[in-house]
Design a protein around this ligand. Sequence first.
Ligand SMILES: Cc1cc2nc3c(=O)[nH]c(=O)nc-3n(C[C@H](O)[C@H](O)[C@H](O)COP(=O)(O)OP(=O)(O)OC[C@H]3O[C@@H](n4cnc5c(N)ncnc54)[C@H](O)[C@@H]3O)c2cc1C
Length: 543
Amino acid sequence: MTDDADAVVVGAGPNGLVAANILADQGWRVEVLEAREVPGGAVRSDRGVHPDFVNDLFSSFHPLAAASPAIAALNLHEYGLRWSRAPSVLAHPLADGRCATLRRGVDATAAGLAADFGADDASGWRRLSALWDRLDPHVVNSLLSPFPPIRSGATLAMRLGLADGLRFARMMALPVRRLGEEEFSDVGATMLLAGCALHADLLPDAVPSGAFGWLLAMLGQQYGWPAPMGGAGALTDALVLRLTSKGGIVRCGSRVTSVVVRGGTALGVRTADGEAVRARRAVLADVPAPTLYGGLVSWDDLPTRLREDLRRFAWDLGTFKVDWALNGPIPWTAPEAADAGTVHVAADLAELSDYAVQVGSGRLPAHAFLLLGQMTTTDPTRSPAGTESAWAYTHVPRHVTEDLGGTLTGRWDSAEAEAYADRVEARVESFAPGFRSRITARRILSPLALEAANENLVGGALNGGTAALHQQLVFRPVPGLGRSETPVRRLYLASASAHPGGGVHGACGANAARAALRTDRLALTHTIRRRPATRHGSPAQDR
Ligand SMILES: Cc1cc2nc3c(=O)[nH]c(=O)nc-3n(C[C@H](O)[C@H](O)[C@H](O)COP(=O)(O)OP(=O)(O)OC[C@H]3O[C@@H](n4cnc5c(N)ncnc54)[C@H](O)[C@@H]3O)c2cc1C
């Protein structure tokens, strides 16, 4: 062992960087080792598509970061972070010419729904919004704290009482299609919620797609879906600047190949160039569970049961993304879509359901559901006035068994990637005739390219494992490990594979850091109890 840190964090994604900041705030000497040449994980931006355009490589919109208590506590505005918002949050143009639009504030959203989809959709939306207001901020706090969420859960229960609490629990268990059937008469509001659920791999007929769609939509209505001014990388820059100003170190180009374990305790890590870095108090791993268990930590140091459980670990779907530099705004047929930061592209609910079932069963859809980001509309600094920095992504099967729109195999070599990018563009064109003529340059990020750019995105999975109920809460990443602690002492799982899962909220990192601090404090108390105080000072001072 050469170097000495209190904690080593493996991976400089948002979870790793939030964890490192929390530990540094407590006076720990923290070293973050990052495999890539740049920090940020799936929160990065560059000028790789066109020199005049800033494009986000992965994540773009950060409502979860804006609502996250862990990130709020870091005061990142003092380190240069500024949020930028589009005039409207989200638009979903339909094939019949109508458009469902999510705006900031319930009145604005309900008015739009009333105009296009009728009074019933508007009043249903107001009901769901009133429930959110009644429970705010305890839904988010319950979700982002370690499981079980004792304090925020108790507050939720007190606010609702038994009868309403049961109704709320039932609503949380609904698939989004059923939630829509119960609350609305037309399709507009349901489309908003169903599209939001598909930001994770939650199909309209799956649980908990209703809860997830409601959460993301309500966050949008409350906070907007903000993007860091200047590019997603500005969020990473703020996290790194804050950390280094507190004495933390981020070392890029340092790939960790193993966690050193002796007698069931993590002592440090070893890097690809053979360096050993000692961690006196904790190792925090911002890597997927299957990378940590049986990868960085040998099965010899882990319980047999874990190996068996991990065999059942389910990744989320693959992702296929295209980034564009456009010489003008996207010429949407629906005028409401022009002002939205995010546009969901799917003709109607039936098409959305077909897409979801096809992707889930290995078939590459002919009509892909797209999530599309208009970044210059959201943040004018991204590209010259009158142009648009944009992207779209869609989920694809992890293993393609059939292509319903052509002859692609899921090999994702460059010919397949180009062909699928053409299909994505044709899809946008059908809602915005003339779109293709505005493309100055494009970058394709197939599932293989995503993984090559960030090894956490295994097969293009963007959430560190499925968000389906069977792998959430106490089942994440495997049954019984709903917390960050691992079977190895002083080793913590800090990535999106841990509860509460994917998204840029830093909660997985924050929970891991707090678990490490708690364990360390307990160990210290134990030591003090065992060692009598000396005449010259307490054992704590000796430390
Ligand atoms: C295309 C795409 C779009 C997305 N859009 C959004 C969005 O708009 N909003 C949102 O909230 N979320 C979004 N997400 C999800 C979000 O970005 C992730 O859930 C989040 O980044 C997870 O953070 P993390 O710190 O767990 O992992 P990551 O961000 O993946 O970071 C992990 C880091 O660990 C490093 N690493 C891995 N192995 C090692 C090793 N052995 N040694 C050293 N370093 C290692 C990696 O290089 C990487 O830098 C998106 C993701 C993708 C891919």
